[in-house]
Write a new protein. Structure first.
Length: 276
């Protein structure tokens, strides 16, 4: 037997895990990020949110919780407020060492929550009332994705579009780094070329070092009523075609012969400078 069942007075089902082979918790351990995402059937996809704060933000944004995983001591501690909001879903628990083996790390933040993904939002819906959006083109580092979303939420970006070559924003680490900001800013995948944003009333600015790059504080950029800021990969930057078809190309002036910033840092500077 791999689990023991119990029930609290409020009807919440507590399931104690005693084996790493329990299929009920495979979402927390056995499934890869790609399997969790389920590209062939996005509506069946799930993701993992970590820490009470992040889970509360996801719940506030309307994401559906499916199960919880936490140490038993957190059931009446750090996880109590989350459990109270999640209704009649299973709560898996177990010894600290076993759960660390299951997830690959100690649950220092108290609780994990498996949640159902929402259906993808059309690009037109993201753009409809937006004035400042960011296009993330080919960024694959989960830490950078999370940091970009956190800056976007803090600095007034209305929406985020990601090319299919970019990292999934609902990757566990990206969600954790963003501190739940991935749930605060509308986002979706951009399957068409970036210049298709012209059809939604946007001018585009590519963040890149070229002969025609203007400083990020050029007044022409700030004066644009609807602007899409395009951020490229950590190493190679933006593809040449994206740069050539952009309405503007901008750079961040820097000192001491530094030629570039980390993409997340550069995004934060651009968001602040071009905010409305």
């Amino acid at each position: 037997m791999s689990y023991l069942c119990g029930e609290r007075d409020d009807g919440m089902e507590i399931i104690e895990i005693t084996s790493l082979d329990d299929k009920r918790v495979e979402a927390y351990a056995a499934l890869t990020e790609a399997q969790l995402r389920n590209r062939l059937n996005p509506e069946a996809g799930i993701f993992i949110a970590e820490s009470p704060k992040v889970i509360h933000v996801a719940l506030d944004a309307g994401y559906e919780p499916l199960s919880l995983l936490c140490e038993r001591r957190h059931i009446t501690g750090d996880a109590a407020s989350v459990i109270a909001r999640c209704g009649d879903i299973p709560v898996y628990t177990g010894k600290r060492e076993l759960l660390a083996s299951l997830t690959g790390y100690k649950l220092t933040r108290g609780v994990l929550c498996a949640m159902r993904r929402k259906s993808p939002v059309p690009v037109g819906e993201i753009c409809r009332d937006a004035r400042r959006i960011v296009v993330i083109d080919g960024v694959v580092d989960t830490t950078n994705i999370g940091a970009i979303f956190r800056s976007a939420a803090a600095l007034g970006i209305d929406g985020v579009l990601l090319t299919p070559t970019s990292c999934d924003p609902l990757n566990r680490r990206a969600v954790r780094v963003s501190m739940g900001s991935v749930f605060l800013v509308p986002w979706t995948w951009l399957d068409k070329p970036v210049e298709s944003l012209h059809d939604h009333g946007f001018r585009t600015v590519a963040m890149a070092l070229t002969d025609r790059s203007v400083p990020i504080d050029d007044p022409t950029l700030s004066a644009e009523p609807r602007l899409a800021i395009i951020m490229g990969t950590e190493g190679d930057g933006l593809p040449r075609q994206v740069i050539e078809t952009a309405d503007y190309t901008a750079r961040i002036p820097m000192s001491h012969n530094v030629d570039s910033l980390n993409v997340a840092a550069a995004a934060a500077v651009a968001f602040w400078q071009l905010r409305l």
